[in-house]
Design a protein around this ligand. Structure first.
Ligand SMILES: [Zn+2]
Length: 676
């Protein structure tokens, strides 16, 4: 037995050596012994994206090796002994038959020819940092090389968040591949508000417009490094489409709008369902024969009404005739309210309803999707009927809509066309952490909508949660996102990103990293993050695991999952002072572990995490003060001043988008949050 093992070891050692030898022979050296052996070459008049990509490559090679690789124009004199890295379209690329004009949007060819490398994408005009600039193939190619060959990882915006393994030699592999982003739309709404000088809220985040602008710039660079952006042509997304219809048609056609509940049904709704706007405002006995908005809320549509459907198609025809160059789309996104029509025809389209008891037995977040009724099937049929009516006129027409609120539950028996584009919007408290039953139920809904044949994109609101606190949910978010990406998702549109780069660092990193690497394991991506802390990787993992468990524990014990804009109002409940003690201990240990390291970035990154936690502690303290009726005005004033001072002192570190933090404070405490 032992003998075999020995022979096997020798054999595998031989294979390993010969394998690496063969591989090494095909490698090209760019940097060795402190000297550049390669030169970056662009066209004489490169597109802005190619110039920018060249700078990015030189910048990261310098970070890794300390060596500056020259960037030259094609017609300049270049020593023949230098290896060439051609970036963007060039005469040399054309000679090799690599033509950027034949490439698709955002596509890039990476090809080694001898010791030269060509990185050629679908170049064109436009600001390289503009997410809507889809002439970005060359830049994506350069980032692919930086990631694969230099091992660079972008953890958060700015230099400290850029992890670059030190090396003395850069030897790159033979490349021959064509790349393209995994989805045609990759979008996270970073909520960067525009600056209005002197506005109190803004000055509670940053000391000046200049520092805020710098933050935004570094964030934009970060987003592009993660290949955030859009291909062209891109699919259209849905909006709330009938906002002005009541004003326009309400008088003449009240029957196109929701018929509100009356009699026994209205009283049943009032009695059985937890208070959810607008059920709260139903008068006893309901609204007799009432169409259109109830008290204080918007109106949903009577989607089974054939005349209403005809009018939608008529509007689309008229609009297309007026402007034939616009996108050929009919938007059917319901207004931002629950579906409430109780007319006979609408109800006849619904799937059999669950009983009150059955709804009450479901986990919290699922219940709402059935209240006051499950209208998913009704809406699927509405979209289909409008699409079919329009497709008889023009088969290229697209229809967009939301899978949302109480029209979220997928139908079992409706087939839809791929030209019907649906935004999947878990909303109404779909916060992390979730009950595993909720997570599974959500996957089932996606799969069923996928099975209808419609095209799906992901439009979550879950990132709104967490305020400025270490409300960590990396694993669940990662699995969620991977699931939809591996089930036909054509793009993302994440709303509500909080920009909490320090306290929610692992969640943020996963979110961006997965956009370009849907097949990578969540744990692998998280390990990349921890690795950037060198010998303290283990402690950093423990730190984030601690907060993730803390979030799950609190949801399990108190069912506190989150609360959108006003999370900070409740932060004192889930983050009492004592919960920070073990977390601080872990980071102190991490600091100790890296104290003697030559690379000072490890310690600086741990300091970054500590500062993030200090900011959260100040927020939690403020939350507790606001909650206590005994607190004096002065105490609150001092605590806000202390928080703002802290932000000014740390504003260049990018531990958070402090403007969002200040915005959340205002949402939570309204006019009480002031320094006046
Ligand atoms: Zn109706």
């Amino acid at each position: 037995m032992k003998k075999y093992k020995f022979i096997f070891t020798i054999l595998s050692l031989f294979c390993f050596l010969s394998g690496s030898l063969a591989k090494d022979q095909s490698k090209t050296v760019w940097v060795e012994n402190g000297k550049a052996i390669a030169v970056i070459v662009t066209a004489d008049k490169p597109f802005p994206i190619a110039s920018y990509a060249a700078k990015e490559l030189a910048f990261h090679i310098k970070l890794a090796t300390g060596v500056e690789i020259p960037v030259k124009k094609e017609s300049e004199k270049i020593s023949s002994s230098m290896h060439k890295i051609y970036i963007g379209q060039s005469n040399a690329a054309q000679k090799e038959g690599i033509d950027y004009r034949k490439l698709e949007s955002e596509q890039c060819i990476l090809r080694s020819v001898g010791d030269n490398l060509f990185i050629v994408g679908n170049d064109g005009e436009g600001d390289p940092l503009d997410p809507h600039n889809s002439n970005s193939g060359t830049l994506w190619g350069v980032y692919e090389v930086i990631e694969q060959e230099l091992g660079v990882r972008w953890l958060w915006p700015g230099d400290l968040g850029t992890y670059v393994p030190d090396t003395k030699i850069v030897k790159i592999n033979n490349w021959d591949k064509t790349i393209k982003p995994a989805m045609s739309a990759r979008h996270v709404r970073t909520q960067t508000s525009s600056w209005k000088d002197g506005a109190e809220k803004l000055l509670q985040g940053y000391s000046s417009r200049k520092t805020y602008d710098q933050y935004v710039k570094e964030e934009n660079i970060f987003l592009r490094r993660h290949r955030m952006g859009f291909s062209k042509p891109n699919f259209p997304t849905a909006g709330h489409s009938f906002g002005n219809w009541w004003k326009k048609y309400g008088k003449e056609h009240p029957e196109w709008f929701q018929k509100l509940p009356e009699g026994k049904l209205a009283d049943e709704w009032r009695k059985n369902y937890h208070s959810f706007w607008p059920i709260d405002s139903i008068p006893v006995g309901g609204w007799k024969n009432h169409r259109g908005p109830g008290k204080d809320f918007g109106t949903s549509m009577c989607v089974s009404n054939k005349e209403f459907q005809k009018e939608i198609v008529k509007c689309w025809q008229k609009s297309m005739a007026e402007n034939p160059n616009q996108k050929n789309v009919i938007e059917l996104g319901e207004n931002d309210t629950k579906a409430l029509c109780t007319c006979k025809n609408c109800r006849a389209l619904d799937a059999p309803q669950l009983t009150v008891e059955a709804i009450k037995s479901l986990p919290t977040f699922i219940q709402d999707q059935y209240i006051p009724m499950n209208a998913g099937r009704r809406y699927a049929i509405f979209w289909k009927q409008v699409y079919e009516r329009a497709a008889k006129i023009d088969t290229n027409v697209l229809v967009t809509a939301f899978v949302y609120l109480n029209f979220f539950v997928a139908p079992d028996d409706v087939k839809l066309h791929k030209n019907m584009i649906l935004g999947f919007v878990p909303w109404g408290a779909w916060w992390f952490p979730r009950d595993p039953r909720e997570q599974q139920w959500l996957y089932t809904q996606w799969e069923k909508w996928e099975k209808t044949g419609a095209t799906l994109y992901f439009r979550p609101n879950s990132l709104y949660n967490g305020g400025s606190m270490p409300h960590v949910y990396a694993h669940e978010l990662g699995e969620d996102f991977k699931f939809v990406m591996n089930h036909g998702c054509v793009g993302t549109d994440w709303d509500g990103f909080n920009g909490q780069w320090a306290v929610n660092g692992t969640t943020s990193y996963l979110l961006f990293r997965l956009h370009n690497n849907p097949n990578k394991l969540v744990s692998n991506i998280l390990d990349e993050y921890y690795m950037a802390f060198g010998p303290a990787a283990m402690q950093v993992k423990a730190y984030f695991d601690y907060w993730e468990t803390h979030a799950i524990y609190n949801r399990a014990m108190s069912d506190f999952g989150g609360s959108t804009y006003i999370y900070n109002l409740f932060a004192y409940k889930i983050f009492p002072p004592e919960c920070f003690i073990p977390a601080k201990k872990i980071l102190d240990k991490a600091k100790e572990v890296v104290a003697k390291e030559k690379d000072k970035q490890y310690a600086q990154r741990i300091d970054f995490l500590i500062k993030g936690m200090e900011h959260a502690q100040k927020e939690a303290k403020l939350s507790a003060l606001f909650n206590n009726k005994e607190t004096s005005k002065k105490e609150i004033h001092d605590a806000i001043q202390d928080l703002v001072n802290f932000r000014y002192k740390t504003e260049k570190l990018n531990i958070a988008n402090f403007l969002i933090s200040a915005d959340k404070d205002h949402n939570a405490w309204k006019e009480r949050y002031t320094l006046k």
